[in-house]
Design a binder for this molecule. Structure first.
Ligand SMILES: [Ca+2]
Length: 307
């Protein structure tokens, strides 16, 4: 039986690439995609997601718009990438979008989809945890239908990526997805759901390099490689890593990773808000600890040559 997955992403370059990767995976049934309005402008991010599904011929996958709000907004400089992607020629070959946008909110869509699922579902979250936390607020019984949450977020033993330039009162110890809404992280931490976290500790080991983009360029006759190369080229002026893409690859290739168990707590207020700290007797989580970078890159090249 296929592994059931709900993807909740927040519309940045990396989220779109994670979607691109997830849709190529064998033995996985994607029950829907929720877009959380965090590292994006929401209409553009919804369009990009649906156009991408159109490009791959996955018109049956439902897309839902989360209407949650975060506490600390992402910088406009990051969010505007969603507007650029929405205008990529490769995503605008047709006049109309075929993949449906469901009428209910993303948070309600999670509740309904989990209730209707025939077995527990993996939640793949590549943005803030706010939509998941809100779904748990709407109906706490959905917890039983969540097999695990695989989340890109947090910084355990390394510095965060919330920079002074964008958050003058922060001490730099938090990762952006956690900083956007630390209270939502705490809400999920209070549940009994199994958590597998892809934190900056491991994503720091997979920077986006010009060399990798050249490898994608060599196979650009495959549409997905061309699109991925375009996305990464857009990212290269920033200090960019395979954050969401690494996290998502775990669903198909957990064999490339080692995991480590930690006991942790979430700081929700003050200058360290969004920090996830390792403490004795804290909430148990599994963090992806190491990955074989070469094999990870080869895996991406292989998956993105499928279309
Ligand atoms: Ca993201």
């Amino acid at each position: 039986m296929s592994k059931l997955v709900l993807l909740d992403h927040d519309g940045a370059i990396d989220d779109i690439l994670a979607t691109l990767l997830l849709m190529t995976m064998p033995d996985i049934e994607v029950l829907g995609i929720i877009v959380t309005p965090a590292d994006c402008y929401i209409n553009a991010a919804l369009n990009v997601t649906r156009k991408l599904l159109d490009l791959m011929g996955y018109y049956h996958v439902q897309v839902a718009e989360s209407t949650v709000r975060g506490i600390n907004p992402f910088p406009a400089l990051y969010r505007r990438d969603s507007l650029i992607m929405d205008n990529f020629p490769i995503l605008n070959q047709k006049d109309n979008i075929k993949t449906p946008l469901v009428s209910q909110t993303g948070q309600r869509f999670i509740v309904e989809t989990l209730h209707n699922a025939c077995q527990p579902v993996t939640l793949m979250v590549t943005g803030p945890l706010t939509t998941v936390a809100t779904a748990l607020d709407i109906d706490p019984t959905i917890e039983q239908k969540i097999k695990e949450i695989v989340w890109m977020g947090g910084a355990l033993k390394v510095a965060g990526n919330v920079e002074k330039e964008f958050a003058p009162e922060h001490d730099g110890s938090a990762e952006w997805n956690a900083y956007w809404d630390a209270i939502a992280v705490e809400k999920v931490w209070q549940s009994n759901i199994s958590l597998i976290v892809c934190s900056l500790d491991i994503t720091n080991t997979v920077p986006v390099t010009a060399e990798f983009i050249r490898k994608l360029a060599k196979q650009r006759h495959h549409q997905l490689s061309d699109l991925a190369g375009l996305c990464y080229a857009l990212a290269i002026p920033q200090d960019y890593y395979c954050w969401d893409v690494l996290a998502t690859s775990y669903l198909d290739r957990s064999d490339l990773f080692s995991l480590q168990e930690w006991e942790t707590e979430v700081i929700t207020t003050g200058s360290s808000q969004g920090r996830i700290r390792v403490v004795e007797k804290g909430r148990k989580i599994y963090a992806m600890d190491t990955v074989n970078q070469n094999e990870f890159h080869n895996y991406l090249l292989k998956q993105w040559s499928k279309f």
